[in-house]
Design a protein around this ligand. Structure first.
Ligand SMILES: Nc1ncnc2c1ncn2[C@@H]1O[C@H](COP(=O)(O)OP(=O)(O)OP(=O)(O)O)[C@@H](O)[C@H]1O
Ligand SMILES: [Mg+2]
Length: 461
């Protein structure tokens, strides 16, 4: 299938209005006239008799945008009816009379309609309720708490490590809230079940090496000639952490029945060098990258830092440790995220069970279930392709359009344009990472789920 990009603004607007048998995707920045052009196109589709109002599907991301679209469509229809003649007038009058039946809706509302029409084929409760975001959030919290309580009897690696991590700066949430938020996000993306890549990461060896480097830098800086030297002052966090770790290393493993939590061997171990608290040290080493002084260490002044140590030597050791710690933070976070992605599936499963018991669907269910229904059921596809003519999908660009930011170097809008497939069999009907197409190929295209998530946060039409 051929794709053409129209970058000239006037040509793009013309194509939207007149190229009625071509599938278009319009990307344009905020306030550039997307809704105006969409209304114009729908009017032309109706006036030329290509489709009836009830055959049109126009989806938006927010209720507000759907309401505005309907209102503007009504105004435009009333205005056009007054000046229309010939066959166009009765067509527009019929459109106006049936406007309330038209599928001018949010993407979620549209999916809910499809599912209500075909609950058996979609395997949903015919009387399902749609959870609002706060309701879904509360239900997820219930599921998460139950899951966590169980998980804490023998915490898996990711949970164990995540709960040892500190809250920092603007991060007002504690470790449990952070874990819940991560789980909630993963539950939203449950339609992408593939395990994340988890590159080999020797956490224990890396921590051992970093702790050695930490002790060395602590030792080096503690020899400062002056305790008012800025380089000495700003490396205080290094010496404190070094002392803390040395103290922990000198203490043996927790005695049975001591009341101190016992960790699995991956969390703590005892070696000839003393006890190693891998989870705790991972968290503290990562905290050090955010330490105010250590992350912005001042150089201080003077060639000599101590009697037998030059300032350059200390700065080089500080920079090397800081760079190593930053890399460690990245690697450890990626490793932890991949572990949690697996472990938090249990919470997602509980959430799914709670929803099922309540006969409820959340927004992600609406998209996924409607997609599956259309993808898997040829009969539903056939029905939709004969009952709906879908005019166009407009997508607001997430970046503001200017000659420097526009990838297509256009002035305000860009149209991707695919020739009609004529009266051939229905193009595949897709939602989510897919698109919905119609027999007349008037076409909607590519609604990415990432875009949907982003658009729920900002308003889009
Ligand atoms: N071709 C045009 N020339 C000048 N003004 C226009 C044109 N098309 C639309 N407008 C005006 O621009 C304003 C914004 O139009 P519209 O609401 O259609 O934009 P939008 O892209 O849908 O905006 P939003 O991103 O906020 O949804 C309206 O006042 C509209 O009348
Ligand atoms: Mg708009």
């Amino acid at each position: 299938m051929m794709t053409r990009v129209i970058c000239d603004d006037a040509d793009a607007r013309q194509a939207i209005k007149d190229d009625l048998d071509t599938t278009l995707v319009v990307e344009a920045a905020a306030g550039t006239g997307k809704t105006t052009e969409l209304v114009n196109r729908i009017l032309r589709v109706l006036a030329t008799g290509r489709a009836k109002m009830i055959e049109i599907v126009a989806v938006t991301f927010t209720e507000k945008a759907a309401g505005e679209l309907k209102l503007r469509l009504r105004e435009a229809l009333e205005h056009a009816r007054a000046t229309a003649d010939g066959d166009e007038r009765p067509r527009l009058e019929l459109a106006l009379a049936t406007l309330e039946e038209a599928r001018v809706n949010t993407i979620h509302g549209f999916c809910a309609e499809l599912l209500r029409e075909r609950p058996v084929e979609a395997s949903v409760d015919p009387l399902f309720v749609v959870l609002t975001e706060p309701e879904a959030d509360r239900l997820y919290t219930r599921a998460f708490r139950a899951w966590l309580q169980e998980a804490l009897t023998d915490p898996p690696e990711g949970v164990r490590r995540a709960l040892r991590r500190s809250s920092f700066g603007g991060d007002a949430d504690g470790p449990i809230d952070r874990l819940r938020n991560a789980g909630r996000m993963l539950a939203e993306w449950r339609d992408f079940p593939r395990s994340w890549t988890r590159p080999a990461f020797d956490r224990g060896a890396t921590i051992d090496r970093l702790v050695q480097a930490l002790h060395q830098l602590a030792d080096l800086t503690s020899r400062a000639s002056s305790d008012r030297d800025n380089l000495f002052v700003d490396t205080d966090g290094v010496r404190r952490l070094s002392r803390q770790i040395q103290l922990e290393q000198s203490v043996g493993p927790p005695a049975p029945g001591s009341g101190e939590p016992r960790h699995s061997s991956a969390a703590s171990r005892t070696s000839p060098n003393g006890r190693t608290d891998l989870d705790g040290w991972e968290a503290r080493l990562i905290d050090l990258t955010r330490d105010r002084g250590f992350s912005r260490t001042r150089k201080g002044s003077g060639y000599k830092f101590a009697k037998d140590v030059t300032r350059t030597e200390v700065l080089a050791a500080r920079d090397a440790l800081f760079a190593d710690l930053q890399q460690f933070r990245k690697d450890a976070d990626a490793d932890l995220a991949a572990a949690l992605q697996q472990e938090l599936r249990g919470a997602t499963e509980r959430y799914q069970q709670l929803k099922q018991a309540a006969g409820a669907l959340d927004f992600a269910d609406l998209l996924v279930r409607a997609r599956d229904l259309i993808r898997d059921d040829a009969d539903v596809r056939r029905h939709l392709s004969t009952s709906s003519r879908i005019p166009i999908r407009f997508r607001r660009k997430s970046w503001s359009c200017s000659p420097t930011t526009c990838p297509e170097s256009c002035s305000s809008s860009a149209i991707r344009n695919r020739p009609s497939t004529g009266s051939a069999a229905p193009t595949s009907a897709r939602i989510g990472t897919y698109a919905i197409g119609s027999r007349r190929a008037a076409g909607v295209s590519c609604i990415s789920r990432r875009a949907i998530a982003a658009c729920r946060r900002s308003s889009i039409s």
